[in-house]
Design a protein around this ligand. Structure first.
Ligand SMILES: [Zn+2]
Length: 67
């Protein structure tokens, strides 16, 4: 197994930041793995805030500072 390069990890982080920004702007964003529409849970949802794929193969957790 080859380890992922620093560039690949950075690319992943950039992609997640882009997805997160778009979802929080109210855009429809597809899961990069399965193409399903991602769901955004905000801090009032009662669950950990974040962006989730309904098929469970992708998630971005969001930390709110000071909350
Ligand atoms: Zn998915």
């Amino acid at each position: 197994m080859e380890r992922r390069s620093h560039e690949e990890v950075l690319k992943d982080i950039e992609m997640m930041q882009t997805i997160r920004k778009r979802v929080m702007n109210g855009d429809n964003v597809s899961c990069p793995k399965c193409g399903e529409r991602l769901i955004f849970l905000d801090k009032n949802s009662g669950k950990h805030p974040g962006i989730f794929c309904p098929n469970g193969d992708f998630e971005i957790l969001i930390e709110y500072d000071g909350l």
